[in-house]
Ligand binder design. Sequence first.
Ligand SMILES: [Zn+2]
Length: 152
Amino acid sequence: MTFHFRRLVAAIGRACAYFWAGPATLLGVLLSAFAGRSARRRWQDGVLEVSSPRIARWLALPWYGGGSFAAITLGHVVLGRCEKTLSRCRAHERVHVRQYELWGIFLLPAYLIAGGIARVRGGDAYLDNMFEIQARAAEFIVHDTPSTQAET
Ligand SMILES: [Zn+2]
């Protein structure tokens, strides 16, 4: 029997990341429970992706900064308008998943504070938010083009 120390450490690290992001993930799971009967749920690379017409209506509301969203990430749950949108936004939203794994539930207030700092500096609360800048950078790496629609 071979002992795979690196695999064990990686598995423990992943478990800790899920645990640390757990409160935000729970919030995402609770919201997804209200996604409606036609909701589509998919487990994709360790993340629950949920889409439905009801979620699309929620995301179309003028939220943070007055704009609507294509998708939103809460821990290891991504809520999106439809499956096509979830696929298009995957690289961007995975960065937010990694941010939750680092910040835990504290990402939510940190995100709002970062948006406030961006506004104080004369920028846009969404576009100039450091967490969004980091997520948009991943879009360039994967798709080589940025998305034109707001995503969180
Ligand atoms: Zn984003």
